[in-house]
Design a protein around this ligand. Sequence first.
Ligand SMILES: *Cc1c(COP(=O)(O)O)cnc(C)c1O
Length: 369
Amino acid sequence: MGPGPGNANPRVLQAQALPLLGHMHPPFFSIMDEIRGGLQYVFQTSSPYTALISGTGHAAMEASVINLCERGELLLVVRHGVWGTRAAEMARRQGVRVEFVEVEPGCVVPIETLKAKLRELRPKMLFTVQGDSSTGVLQPLEGLAETARETGTLLAVDTVCSLGGVPFFFDRWGIDLVYSGAQKCLAAPPGSAPIALSRRAVDAVAARKTPCPSYYLDLSQIGAYWGWFLPETPRPYHHTGMVSTWYGVREALAVVAEQGLPAMWARHKAVDDELWAGLEELGLERFVADDDAFLLTVNTIVVPEGVDAAKLSAHAMQRFSVEISGGLGPLAGKVWRVGIMGYNAQPINVRMVLAAFKEGLEAQGWKKQ
Ligand SMILES: *Cc1c(COP(=O)(O)O)cnc(C)c1O
């Protein structure tokens, strides 16, 4: 019940146990096409440029930054917590210039501020997370598209810990690149990262002056393998598709489609409400007070004065086999993090988390004031 990986849906694990197909065999291409369709649904896009990156969320983060930005170009990064810092580090290693929009931990940036920054700096790309799992905030994204087109900026969004748990609309919000991770709200094992590009982003990759500095993460080649440029460009052997892992993602996307996104979002919200009703009864408080900035898939909970956060987490693991994570980066020791994600977003798990908090706080002699 931390910020991921969560438990995988057993259906996904079963799908991964099926016999292998060849990564260049037509039946496997059909499976890849179905995954592309499932990704169009989960990202809410009609763009045909969807695929899985063979790697975790970080691989997709790196692919985004190094395919859409070239040496000397400017990347504007919204830094809510650790993820903005990492994207910036990946960019800098390739000679991309970086500017930050800094945010206090637990806060988000108003759209108007982002628009003003785009007009001032006219960056090649804006990078932001939708959900920041290090601080527990949900960055609003709607309303940027028009300005981004004016300033020639590509909009890139990390939805690793939010996709499937809270609404996201690629087409409606005018996003140019989005990626996620398999192991959070999609309830598959880690190892593949869903990605989608707009036509504008695909054109930007094609218009590069220099080849992508990473062969493995070159989106023009990955896209060709996923059939983006058929029939003109046949599918090349770029790397061996992750056959079993992709069976699993196909099943995970089928689960999403069966449930329907609105029902998934409603389930995550209902289970999160139940979590907070219980936590508040115990006397615990939200780190993100503002409702408009609150991310319900990764909940940051303030560690009260006099309580040892790590000790409570250890107690939860020993007694309940339940993971309650600590803070990351500047919030280490200051918050706990509880994930309400995917297959684990069920009332029975919330009850276990609440029991672990209750017992853990009592064991340390802490009482609600
Ligand atoms: C978990 C997470 C990542 C990193 O994903 P990995 O699969 O660990 O590489 C990136 N961004 C966000 C917002 C995350 O929550």
